[in-house]
Design a protein around this ligand. Structure first.
Ligand SMILES: [Fe+2]
Length: 265
């Protein structure tokens, strides 16, 4: 048995600029979209390591652009690459590759990419850090948990872009990583799914580590899994798969029919 998704989204922090990981992603024969994370910059302020990964990924990297998948029936728009959250900040590596980008320019790039997306397909926004506005608790989807005070550590440009996009269409799902599910201070578990009043779903997919052991010692790995039907998001889960691709455990985040949501939020 094999998993057979219609596409795979990578939320970044692939492996500290490890080219082997990028090549492994490139070897997959599925529609793929990648947004690189802050840990993908490498320790190379010239930006060469970052540029090398972007070059290898080619059009699989969707930073500030529209990913046009012809087979999966969805549109993916990438947000600002390599974000470390915390509002808006461009690292030296990102400036070396992309030049000096203002907050307003970043917003406009995301909005323009979304405007190019076909209106009859669901719109997914793929980001490394989620947007501001999802809460200021340490356990919020983008809440700062590693030092007090807890605060909203989301991306301001992404939030502003979503506000602008919403004037023309409602993004279906915003998927991001960066802020790990297990909280650093005081333990506990992050709220990993929210839906705003307009119906946009926000999914934090940063389960770290993705590999774990089941109750019988078997190897499990985590994927966040979303399903669409007739252009609508119908289901969202965190799932832990066995090596034979069967589901050992799943957490239902959203079910359009049951309206079941993560009880921990
Ligand atoms: Fe990160």
């Amino acid at each position: 048995m094999k998993l057979s998704p219609d596409g795979i989204l990578f939320v970044g922090d692939l492996g500290e600029a490890d080219i082997k990981v990028v090549k492994a992603i490139n070897s997959l024969s599925l529609p793929i979209a990648v947004i690189l994370g802050n840990h993908d910059r490498g320790k190379d302020k010239t930006g060469e390591l970052l540029q090398t990964q972007i070059n290898l990924l080619k059009d699989k990297h969707c930073g500030w652009s529209l990913m046009e998948w012809s087979v999966s029936g969805i549109s993916v728009v990438g947000a600002r690459p390599c974000s470390a959250g915390g509002g808006f900040h461009l690292s030296e590596e990102v400036r070396a590759v992309y030049g000096e980008i203002t907050l307003e320019e970043s917003v406009n790039r995301i909005v323009i990419a979304a405007e190019k997306a076909p209106r009859d397909l669901p719109l997914i926004i793929l980001a490394h850090s989620g947007p501001t506005g999802l809460g200021s608790e340490a356990s919020s989807p983008c809440g700062r948990d590693w030092k007090p005070p807890a605060l909203d550590w989301g991306d301001k440009d992404l939030a502003l872009a979503i506000d602008k996009i919403r004037k023309k269409r409602i993004p279906d799902v915003v998927i991001f990583g960066h802020m790990h599910h297990n909280l650093k201070r005081g333990g506990g578990y992050r709220c990993t799914y929210k839906q705003d009043i307009w119906g946009t779903s926000y999914l934090n997919a940063a389960c770290v580590p993705r590999k774990t052991k089941g109750s019988k010692g078997e190897s499990l790995f985590h994927l966040s899994w979303i399903e669409f039907n007739n252009g609508l998001l119908t289901n969202a889960y965190h799932r832990w798969y066995r090596s034979d691709a069967s589901v050992a455990y799943e957490e239902t985040l959203f079910n359009r029919h049951a309206d079941k949501k993560d009880a921990r939020c």
